[in-house]
Design a binder for this molecule. Structure first.
Ligand code: C5P
Length: 251
């Protein structure tokens, strides 16, 4: 009988959904509670959009964007209780990439197949021990189809626009709510109708409607799903006691 050890599987939880569903905050909080790594894939598309602007690359120049994506000099630096710091070509662009125009440009270039392909290996490289929480649109369908647990968050357009509005206001960014609803609709349409990796739940995803739920409520729902999953023993042997502590549902 061979005693050779199976290579350790690094567990992944994917959290997909449209913008304003609370996905970013939920994913970040869950990653913190599990002491796992965190991938904000939207930030990659946003950084690429900013790099395109910086290097005067048109948003429909697929070949040039593909090359830019392949050579993108970007670093994500983890920060406690905050989204990671984002450094593009040595410059801190953490706040710059969060503006609505950059979000829109990100959604335009995200529809280009060569761009998505160029960013695939970069996203998969985030799979490091003890585990990964991956936030995006196609994490469960394309980037990590073998994830242990796939979550798809939804919320009504009005609630999502309002959340986004408050988020931006908190950052001192003044926007018009009806413009925001319109932009959100346009972006949803583009994300859902594109031919590659359209925004949709994976066949094995668990859908959670976040209307009226707090971030803590949503994280607790996901924690309940983790404990229910058969893959749970794999996860617990890799992270040991920390996971047990992390999995206590908070009041
Ligand atoms: O999530 P966030 O709003 O930061 O993403 C910005 C844009 O990047 C989205 O509107 C979407 O078009 C694109 N995106 C994507 N696939 C992902 C993450 C983001 O197409 N996995």
């Amino acid at each position: 009988m061979s005693h050779q050890k199976e290579p350790a599987i690094i567990p992944i939880i994917t959290i997909d959904g449209a913008s304003g569903t609370g996905k970013g905050t939920v994913s970040q909080l869950l990653a913190t509670r599990l002491c796992w790594n965190f991938l904000d894939s939207g930030a990659l598309y946003r950084v690429l959009a900013l790099a395109a602007q910086k290097h005067c690359v048109a948003l429909d120049n697929e070949k040039a964007l593909e090359v830019l994506a392949e050579h993108l000099d970007v670093q994500f630096i983890a920060q406690e209780n905050k989204l990671p710091k984002v450094i593009l070509e040595g410059e801190d662009v953490t706040d710059t990439i969060r503006t609505e125009p950059i979000g829109n440009s990100a959604s335009i270039i995200a529809a280009l197949p060569a761009v998505r392909a160029a960013l695939l290996s970069r996203q998969r490289a985030f799979r490091e021990a003890p585990g990964l929480v991956a936030d995006g649109r196609d994490m469960g369908t394309v980037v990590f189809p073998d994830a242990e647990l796939k979550i798809f968050l939804t919320a009504s357009p009005e609630e999502r626009a309002l959340r986004r509005y408050h988020q931006l206001l908190e950052k001192g960014i003044n926007v018009n709510l009806s413009d925001l609803i319109e932009e959100l609709r346009e972006r949803d349409k583009r994300d859902q109708e594109r031919t590659v990796a359209p925004l949709k739940p994976a066949a094995d995803a668990i859908c959670i409607n976040t209307n009226g739920l707090s971030v803590e409520d949503v994280v607790n729902r996901i924690v309940t799903e983790i404990t229910r999953k058969k893959a749970f023993p794999v996860i617990s042997t890799l992270t040991g006691m920390k996971l047990v502590e992390a999995l206590e549902v908070t009041e």
